[in-house]
Design a protein around this ligand. Sequence first.
Ligand SMILES: Cc1cc2nc3c(=O)[nH]c(=O)nc-3n(C[C@H](O)[C@H](O)[C@H](O)COP(=O)(O)OP(=O)(O)OC[C@H]3O[C@@H](n4cnc5c(N)ncnc54)[C@H](O)[C@@H]3O)c2cc1C
Length: 365
Amino acid sequence: MTSRKEHAMPKRVIVVGAGIIGASIAWNLAKRGAKVTVVDSGEPGGVATRSSWAWINASWGNPEPYFRLRMRSIAEWRQIESEVPGLAVNWCGGLIWDTPPADLDAYAAERAAWGHPIRRVNRDEILALEPTLREVPDHAYHVAGEGMLEPLAATQALLAAAQRLGAGILGNTPIKWLEEKDEGCTGVMTNDGVIHADEIVVAAGAETAALLDGVGITLKMSAPVGLLAHSKPAPKLLNGLVMTPGLHIRQTAEGRIVAGTDFAGADPEGKADELAADLQAKVEAMVRGAEGIGLDFHTVGYRPTPTDGFSAVGRPRGRAGLYVAVTHSGVTLAPAIGRFAAEEILDCRRDPLLTPYHPDRPALT
Ligand SMILES: Cc1cc2nc3c(=O)[nH]c(=O)nc-3n(C[C@H](O)[C@H](O)[C@H](O)COP(=O)(O)OP(=O)(O)OC[C@H]3O[C@@H](n4cnc5c(N)ncnc54)[C@H](O)[C@@H]3O)c2cc1C
């Protein structure tokens, strides 16, 4: 018989991975009373997360169910902002003209029909939104209600909030494998031995598939490379995100202009320095006032991406005590994934928005 005391015991959950996905899941679990330990092989804050362009959006090509998940997550960011001290999203909106005009018009019409806050803007309106741009087209689209954040700072704020709720954060603790007993996960193996728990959440970004493979679970994914160039800090030159053909730019909270050939960065093909210098030159040619600010550094990141391009979130079938959360667009999706994962782990309730994104779907196994 189960005693009252046992009923009151909080669920012990280990979250493997302290990037933005693991941090959001940990915070949501801790908020709900779980006893959470986050473990990361490196410094907490993530790998892909640190190198992200960090555009919070529902603008990127997706079928309607994925669009709905992203819109929900954007709404969740607003909620998180009100609850987590020090976490600020810049709801600056984005200007888009990175595809040929006819494609862009068709895309915008579809999105508007779905309720996306996308608005056609003419040349004068573009320049009113972004007065420093040198070359602008006759028309573009502006999406209000999207935004950007500083991904490492946001992840650290979520981890700190989880910690204040009692979560433990263990950096420099690589998980060698997942411990199993009787078809269920019971813990994780570290260099110092096993840590046991009732539930293991694998949110290990690009390393997720390797950890799952160790317990005989296939999750097909890749990790495309993406380079972003960061300028030296400059006074405010851009008001929002700007997506032009071959150059996506945004200005960070500390004034750096971050540029990629698109938001997901470009393959450096062994010439990272050259590519970063070229991106910086394009920024300085495009943005009035940016002349001479100079390149500071570049990042090369790897986007954890399930093979069909969507998220993989849920319990692999037949495995008790194991939950998986891996996605591209994780900066956008972290709030919804965090909330939904906590609900599924603690209440056995799967949000309908996650229905198409089970890790066991045929495309990934
Ligand atoms: C260039 C680029 C541009 C992007 N632009 C955008 C964008 O504009 N908008 C957007 O929404 N998304 C964007 N993304 C995607 C987004 O950044 C990622 O989807 C998100 O950061 C993934 O977060 P994560 O927590 O899953 O992974 P990560 O940040 O990689 O975190 C995983 C963590 O797991 C840890 N780990 C791995 N293996 C182990 C192990 N065995 N033991 C312990 N710890 C382990 C790692 O150390 C790491 O800290 C971009 C990504 C890149 C690279």
